[in-house]
Design a binder for this molecule. Structure first.
Ligand code: BGC
Length: 442
């Protein structure tokens, strides 16, 4: 095994990522809180409740981040707090976010702020949410207000987190609110989200010309199960087209590709990212099926793959650090000029048996991508402390710190020390490579 030091570029951002509803607590004015009250919606009937109590005391976790030697954090704003009723903005909520951003900066951390991370105000849902064409203007109004109010403390924004996860879960699979399974409606929602992103991009740049604005795009390296099967490959290609390509390409050249539209181009969509925010968890394998409910690709799980707590057939199943290298190369081929930030990467592993090695292996793959010429400028691990994991409630634990929602007590897992050592060295110390990757070829 090589002992060449695996270093990262000067100024590289080392952070963690979080989302308002998953950490703040008592976000009772959004559609997820309402969803949590429905029987059977969340594993074991869990509720977000106080979450990680950030609305009262995010600062204690900011101290933990600083203690690890991190220099960045990605968090999100809760639209339902900032605009509790249509057109009425809550200045006390803005003041709290100002305190948080200030607290991060005082601890030497660069904030990356997400404007929409899966939650929205109840009034917005009642007005039809993203199915309503007016959603685009609503979102722009909120973004304009929030980014002006916080613009002296932050110039680094992600508009929408994982738009295609939101669409797939809410309008295709029907697992998340509004729990629909309606493909044409899903495409309508995608059009509105694309324009919402673009309008947010222009709104921010109108008052903050130097801002860096992007989205956080979930990228899964979907591929056919049987390399020799052309049908498996078509199924994988269709999945990538729908969930990745048409979104990303529209924000580059402005074309709405089928099935969004056959002939429409809107210049306002074009060139609306200043960086590529990449959320990477794992790779998927599909086998062809005639069932359109699966979009002709049935998810398959490799019998021998190492899997995390989400199980062999779970959404974060497979250990695949090489995939992180490959998605960085894909982004580089797509737009060599765009800086890349890994806006999320992590795994559910309550006992922390796998996380230290997964972390080292993914960061070694990332370093290799950088060494080969990918312009990756930061990495945000999902997440600092266990938090409310959407439909899985408190069932999946992604934290570098274990967090007991009943007592709010945090306990550092071994992987917190591993991540701290890497962040502080701005590289992967040989000792960690030897300890965790001696058996793997780098
Ligand atoms: C989401 C997070 C989520 C994480 C782990 C991402 O898809 O942005 O909100 O907690 O994955 O599931």
């Amino acid at each position: 095994m090589t002992t060449k030091p695996l270093t990262f570029p000067p100024g590289f951002l080392w952070g963690t990522a979080s989302a308002s509803h998953q950490v703040e607590g008592n976000n009772s004015n959004n559609q997820w809180w309402a969803f949590e009250q429905q029987p059977g919606a969340i594993w074991h009937g869990d509720k977000s409740g106080l979450a990680c109590d950030w609305w009262a005391n995010a600062e204690a976790d900011f101290d933990r981040m600083a203690g690890l030697g991190l220099n960045a954090h990605r968090l999100s704003l809760e639209w339902s707090r900032i605009e509790p009723e249509p057109g009425r903005f809550d200045h006390a909520a803005i003041d709290r976010y100002r305190e948080m951003l200030d607290a991060l900066r005082q601890r030497g951390m660069t904030p990356l702020v997400t404007l929409h991370h899966f939650t929205e105000p109840l009034w917005f849902t009642r007005m039809g949410g993203w199915e309503n064409g007016a959603s685009v203007a609503f979102f722009r109004r909120y973004v304009d207000f929030a980014t002006r109010a916080l613009g002296d403390l932050c110039d680094f924004w992600t508009t929408i987190n994982e738009p295609l996860v939101l669409i797939a879960q809410g309008w295709f699979l029907g697992n998340w609110p509004p729990r629909k399974q309606n493909f044409p409606l899903a495409m309508r929602v995608m059009r509105h989200l694309l324009f919402a992103h673009a309008e947010a991009y222009h709104a921010i740049h109108a008052h903050q010309p130097g801002a860096k604005v992007g989205y956080a795009k979930h990228v899964r390296l979907t591929q056919g199960l049987r390399p020799s099967s052309r049908l498996d490959r078509y199924a994988a290609g269709l999945r990538r087209w729908l969930f990745e390509h048409i979104w990303v390409a529209a924000t580059d050249d402005g074309w709405l590709r089928p099935p969004l539209s056959l002939t429409r181009r809107d210049p306002r969509l074009a060139k609306t990212i200043d960086f590529f925010g990449l959320n990477y968890y794992t790779r998927d394998h599909l086998s062809f099926t005639l069932n359109p409910a699966f979009l002709f690709g049935k998810p398959e799980y490799l019998p021998n793959a190492e899997h995390s707590d989400s199980g062999r057939d779970g959404p974060f199943s497979q250990y695949d650090p090489e995939g992180l290298y490959q998605v960085c190369q894909e982004v580089r081929r797509f737009r060599p000029d765009l800086p890349i930030y890994i806006t999320e990467n992590g795994l559910p592993d309550r006992d922390d048996e796998q996380r230290p090695r997964w972390l080292v292996a993914h960061l070694a793959a990332l370093q290799r991508a950088i060494a080969s010429g990918c312009d990756v400028r930061g990495y945000f691990h999902w997440t600092l402390a266990d938090n409310f994991e959407w439909a899985e409630g408190w069932g999946l634990r992604f934290g570098l710190f274990e967090m007991d929602p009943a007592t709010q007590v945090r306990t550092a897992r071994p992987s917190a020390g591993v991540y701290a050592a890497i962040a502080q060295a701005n590289g992967i110390p040989d000792s960690l490579l030897n300890q965790y990757l001696a058996q793997e070829s780098l």
